[in-house]
Design a protein around this ligand. Sequence first.
Ligand code: SAH
Ligand code: SF4
Length: 383
Amino acid sequence: MTSGRNNLYSILDAPEPQAIRPLFGFSNQQLALLSQEFSLPPYRARQLTQALYRDWAGTLEAITTLPQAVREQLRAAGYDIGRPRIAETFRSVDGTERYLIATADGQTVETVWMPEGDDGESGDGSQAGDEEAQGHHDATICVSSQIGCAVNCQFCLTAKLGIIRNLTPGEIAGQVVAVLDRHKVRIGRDRINLVFMGMGEPFLNYDAFMDAVRLLVNEVGIAESRMTVSTSGIVPGIERFAEEPVRPKLAISLNASNDIVREQVMPITRKWDIAAVMDAIRKVPLRTRERVTFEYVLLGDVNDQPEHANEVIRLVRRCGLPAKVNLIAWNPGPGIPYTMPSPNDVERFQQALVGAGIPAFLRRPRGRDIYAACGQLKRTVEA
Ligand code: SAH
Ligand code: SF4
């Protein structure tokens, strides 16, 4: 086959590369069923769980607790670990790392590692600094739930991608394990927080997202009290979340102080307005000392003025729940028609909330230089 036409023909005709069947993402129960299918004793499922989620085995060969014959049997049936892997790393001057994580179908998602946690989630930003130097970690991992996003918030770079596809439970939990593995984190010793605030809207991929949470809690061993999920206000998702016996903390992207402004910046408000979102949040049974977080992206001259702060105060009071507000100065992105708020406006906004007795924290922009900050995740390949 020498002619160009034939070459082209043969390429188009080439068989799909054999898709592997990923083991990573299977729950303990699913691994038990798999063991049954292969007529293996039940303890083999426990060994697989241990290898995948505690020892972070990267290859079937590395699972030395399984006899060679069993590993070969699995491979012959098309199984492999199939954990997403870090394809590229961008490191910020502030220590933040942004990863492009490759999925089996050649897509990439973004995951961010923030040493010393993320002061927005830990509360007051007063955590100790040089723990990595002392040999242990205190960090927050920002996890993606979809490739792209369908919600179309006007200030967000991820929105520009549109929705490409949902991630599977293994791809969501796998981002976390890939990053834990890279930093040689020791679960139990190191303080790791997870925020589901990367690309995508977790509550539009609800089942996979919650399956991933259960894997991370039950098998990887990260407490749900160290996890926060952020939603743009998908009411049916919040209502399901309210029924979950094991769940992360809840953050709501409020981003505007009334429906008129919110409709402009978050068109999803036409579907579920602020009152509907508030009604849904009130159904979530809070744990002792738990607060709901309202995230508020400050957009220069759009939602950052004193009258907006007063409206936010009224909204938070009216919702009647223990709450805090995380203020995020808008991070710019190419082609997005907003401006950053002035430092004075930011300061005044925060003071207004704090003065009204509402805990309000200013989230430090992390890794802006590598496009790792909130709303900048768009699979940017430049550093
Ligand atoms: N889709 C979910 C979670 C991911 S976005 C959600 O919207 O809640 C995480 C946070 O980043 C949200 O609060 C969002 O409002 C904020 N954000 C989006 N774009 C931003 C930008 N350009 N600058 C600062 N924050 C941004
Ligand atoms: Fe999607 Fe969140 Fe970005 Fe809105 S802010 S487009 S919901 S990722």
